[in-house]
Every structure is written in structure tokens, then in C-alpha cells.
Design a protein around this ligand. Structure first.
Ligand code: KG4
Ligand code: ZN
Length: 329
């Protein structure tokens, strides 16, 4: 049995979790700074780092107390080492280092993107091989995860990440920050066929969302006020999700991999979840989607990642960073 304390501070969530054997969450606590950054229209790195500093000890205490695990009984401490904001990462890394040193526990520094993928191991029996669609605020990738140690990035965005496109279009529609959840909400009341936006079809498994974003901008410029925000949101969302779905399924079929896994903040999108859930009902491909709270940034995925990449396989968890050219500390 292995019990790991995970910390996540790569952006604007201060999170700590205690996870057993990579799959069972004993406690997962989170302090979101969304309201603080909303008035700036996006995350202010220096402000974020200072709030992490204020709440990190409290969140760690809460996670340990709620899990019923004493720090001396932990098997390891894990934290996010990147990619992310340097000042915020340092807060989590320093806290993890201190706990690791005081209680003489191994320190496992994990890659944030790899951790998003590992959110799918929570409460499931999932094991590689699978095709992962990783859609976050900074990344959009289709990955063939062959084993815990071996994966191949099949395709990625040539410009904006899917989450970034959601955030930019949300701003354009006056929906504020964070954009993705607001577009998701508005789109539920809108008609996806109201506007015809380009899918951004590039070759192979790659993606491109900048043309789509410009197309929404040009359309908005020509429309009278008030804007039909719901229809615009629904049509934009349909264009993004259509191509994400199509290319992921294409990869699974062409490589004859029977499992598709969604990861990252955009995996919280209701329309995207519906598309893949419906596919799963068809039989030949099974689909794994993390619970909503484990799609966006959280620490349970960090502890799970440390287990599967670090403890289970004795693998250096930073390997994914080197492959995906993510920042390292
Ligand atoms: O994975 P994440 O929490 O942080 C990063 O590692 O980037 O992803 C954040 C991104 C943001 O761009 C946010 O707008 C998007 O995920 N997002 C959504 C939804 N919830 C979060 N996008 C579409 N629909 C949602 N429901
Ligand atoms: Zn993330």
C-alpha cells in the first residue's frame, strides 16, 4: 500500500490531496483564486503566488486532517514541477520539499500535463494502452499512452490551445474570466447551427484554432447589438469540439487502440463529455472521463501521477516534460 500527499500550485488553485495506491482519494482540498483574478480578466502571476503562500499550509493541514493520515505515515510527497507560473510553482515545491525533509519522505516532482492524464486512474481500473485527448488552458495534444513509461505525442495545436480559444472567445463575447465554463453555460441555451465557423482542419492529428477565433471575431464585428451570445457560444463550441472528437476517434481507430481518455480543464465541457460518452455506448471503444472536479487543476491527480510514474514504475516523473518540452524547474 502506498499513501501519497500531492500538492498543486501551477496556476490559480492551491490544492493538496492524499491518495492511496494512485486511485483512492482519501482527501482532496482546494482553494481557488478565480474570484481574485476575475477582476483582472486573467491570472496575475505575482498576485497568484502571494495567495498560494497565504493558503498553502492551511490546505495541506486540511487535506491531512480530512484523510486521517499523519505526515509520518505518508510514503511520499509529490508536487507539480511544471509547466506553470514560476512563482506559484515555487510555493508548492518549497512546501513539498519542507515536508519531505522534515518527515524524511521521498519527494516526487511531477509534470502537470502527465498529472492531468492520471486523473483518469482515480476511482477506475484504467491501464494503458490508450489514446488521450489532453485539452487544457495551455495545451492541446493527442497522445498515444502505450505504458506508464512510454508514450507518443501524435498531434498538437499549431497555435492556440483549445482552452485558450474558449477563454479568448469568451472575452470577445463579454463573458469574462474564466471563459470556458461561461461559454459552456451559454452554449446550452444556444443553437450550434446558427453560425458556420471553420473547424480549423489541419493535416494528421494536429489542430489549429486561430482561424476559428478570427472567424468568430469577424462575425461579431458585423452583428448588431445585443449579440446573440448563446448562439455564438454554441456555434463556436460545436466547431472546437467537433474537430477534437473527430481526430481523437480517428487516432484510436487508425492505431487500433480500444480506449480513449479525456484530460485537462476543457474535459469539463458538457458537450465534449456528451460526444465521447455517446461514443462509448457504441461498443468498440471505451471512454474514460475524469469526474468534473478532477478535470480542472487539483492535487489528487498529482498524487496519482506520482504513484503511477514514480512509485509503480520507479520512473523519473519528469520524463513527460522532456518529451512535451514543458518547462522544468
Ligand atoms: O487544465 P486546466 O484547469 O488548467 C491548465 O492546466 O491550463 O484548464 C483550464 C482551461 C481554461 O482555458 C478553461 O477556460 C477551460 O480549461 N475550461 C473549460 C471548461 N472548464 C474549464 N473549457 C470549456 N468548457 C468548460 N466547462
Ligand atoms: Zn491544468
Amino acid at each position: 500500500m502506498s499513501i501519497i500527499l500531492g500538492l498543486e500550485t501551477s496556476c490559480d488553485e492551491t490544492a493538496a490531496a492524499v491518495v492511496k495506491d494512485g486511485r483512492i482519494v482519501l482527501a482532496s482540498e482546494l482553494n481557488s483564486q478565480t474570484d481574485i483574478h476575475a477582476k483582472f480578466g486573467g491570472v496575475v502571476p505575482e498576485v497568484a503566488a502571494r495567495y498560494h503562500l497565504e493558503s498553502v499550509n492551511e490546505i495541506i493541514d486540511l487535506a491531512l486532517t480530512n484523510s486521517g493520515v499523519r505526515p509520518e505515515d505518508l510514503d511520499a510527497v509529490a508536487c507539480t514541477q511544471g509547466p506553470g507560473l514560476i512563482g506559484t510553482l515555487l510555493v508548492g515545491l518549497s512546501a513539498a520539499k519542507a515536508i519531505s525533509w522534515v518527515f524524511q519522505k521521498p519527494l516526487l516532482a511531477v509534470d502537470h500535463l502527465y498529472a492531468h492524464i492520471c486523473a483518469n486512474y482515480i476511482d477506475t481500473d484504467l491501464a494503458p494502452p490508450f489514446i488521450c485527448l489532453l485539452v487544457s488552458g495551455g495545451h492541446t495534444q493527442t497522445i498515444h499512452v502505450k505504458t506508464h513509461k512510454d508514450w507518443e505525442i501524435l498531434g498538437q495545436t499549431l497555435d492556440d490551445a483549445a482552452g485558450e480559444a474558449y477563454d479568448k472567445v469568451a472575452r470577445l463575447l463579454g463573458l469574462g474570466y474564466p471563459g470556458g465554463p461561461m461559454v459552456d453555460k451559454m452554449a446550452q441555451e444556444g443553437n450550434p447551427l446558427a453560425f458556420k465557423f471553420p473547424e480549423g482542419n489541419v493535416k494528421g492529428y494536429d489542430f489549429s484554432f486561430s482561424g476559428l477565433k478570427t472567424s468568430v471575431l469577424r462575425t461579431v464585428e458585423k452583428l448588431p447589438q445585443p449579440l446573440p451570445v448563446n448562439d455564438l457560444a454554441a456555434s463556436f463550441q460545436d466547431a472546437v469540439n467537433r474537430v477534437l472528437f473527430k481526430k481523437t476517434v480517428q487516432a484510436a481507430r487508425e492505431l487500433q487502440v480500444g480506449k480513449i481518455v479525456l484530460a485537462g480543464g476543457v474535459a469539463a465541457n458538457k458537450d465534449l463529455r456528451r460526444r465521447f460518452t455517446e461514443l462509448s455506448g457504441e461498443g468498440d471503444i471505451s471512454v474514460f472521463i475524469p469526474a468534473m472536479k478532477y478535470c480542472t487543476d487539483n492535487a489528487a491527480m498529482v498524487a496519482s501521477c506520482a504513484y503511477f510514474a514514480g512509485v509503480e514504475t520507479s520512473l523519473d516523473c519528469m520524463a513527460y516534460s522532456r518529451q512535451s518540452s514543458g518547462a522544468t524547474l
